[in-house]
Design a protein around this ligand. Sequence first.
Ligand code: SF4
Length: 410
Amino acid sequence: HVFSDPAEVEALRGNLLAWYDRCKRDLPWRALVRGDCGNWGPALLPAVWVSEIMLQQTQVATVIDYYNRWMQKWPTLQALAQASLEEVNELWAGLGYYSRGKRLQEAARKVVFELAGQMPRTAEDLQKLLPGVGRYTAGAIASISYGQATGVVDGNVIRVLCRLRCIGADSSSSAVIDRLWDMANVLVDRSRPGDFNQALMELGATVCVPKAPLCRECPVKQHCQAWRRKLFGNPPKVPDVEDCGVGDCPLCPPATEPWDSSLGVTNFPRKAAKKPPRAMRTATCVLERRGCHGAPEYLIVQRPSSGLLAGLWEFPSLPLAQDLQEEREREELADHLQAWTGRPVAGKDLRFIGEVIHIFSHIHQTYVVYSLPLDGDVTLAPALSPCRWVTEDGFHASAVSTAMKKVWRA
Ligand code: SF4
């Protein structure tokens, strides 16, 4: 399961980089790295930092527009450090995992106000000093922006490396992840570390894809043990008895789930079964009034500054206990709404609109959506959280989550 032959490592680097030079996708953050790497100024916001944070758990196609708007608005660390959290949330709205934007801004503030505007330049310092920068992001920034010869391991790299070396143990276990980091650090090209890391990730994103990898077109197929095993049906050669002990190798597929020839190279990687997401129900109500020009306005309230969807705006909402009767749900929501309307609300006056389902990474959320038009002059009671009336356009321009946009459409 290791790359023990220096000549093979050299050949793999050369093949991968030559393919990357020919085939890499034209992505906006790559253009910026290329254009600015000669005269990189400490005040610029590293393009790769923003793109890597946005790309965590989000597809490239979705990220491009957010990335371009972000870099246009805050091209420097100083500009980002001076932005308000509200502006950050508004730009991030719809991208999900909102704490990412918040922590990116906190980190920019730290660089500007505590580190005299000097970005840390090694993976170790980046991870140690900047909030929200984990091992992967630190490695990506250090290698791509600052040329440090350090590897990276993300989901794409996990898949490629597990296939290259037939690693079939649970790829989310720390034992496997540690070995993959060691391997990435051995493989990374010493003279072009940023390009090598991007090439490995690009290979996973475009060729060595999860379901139907394009092995025949793969630039590193001659180094791939999974491909060899698919072609010849033989187990890979064991390079070192200590690395792959007979019978209980910690990196081989478990004896209970051996190689399945019908799966070919997609035998790797393997993951332990995921825990199912937690089910939650939340009642939410679209309160509507006539604004001063007669146009409808809607009440939105701000969520707490920590936890899920921190600081974002939503229609007044109330988490519900599971298995509550509909009548009881209405009553609880009606009680909750009194805090906002300053007058009694009857459960029977709430109009049921429907249920909206949104899957967060670990929560299966069902929003039970109601609406309530309010007559006459509505004065908001002083409530616990900030709140405001917005028009339809105001709603869409606010920092609201994708889940609330679904509620709006309902
Ligand atoms: Fe992935 Fe196939 Fe290339 Fe191996 S040969 S690295 S499985 S695409």
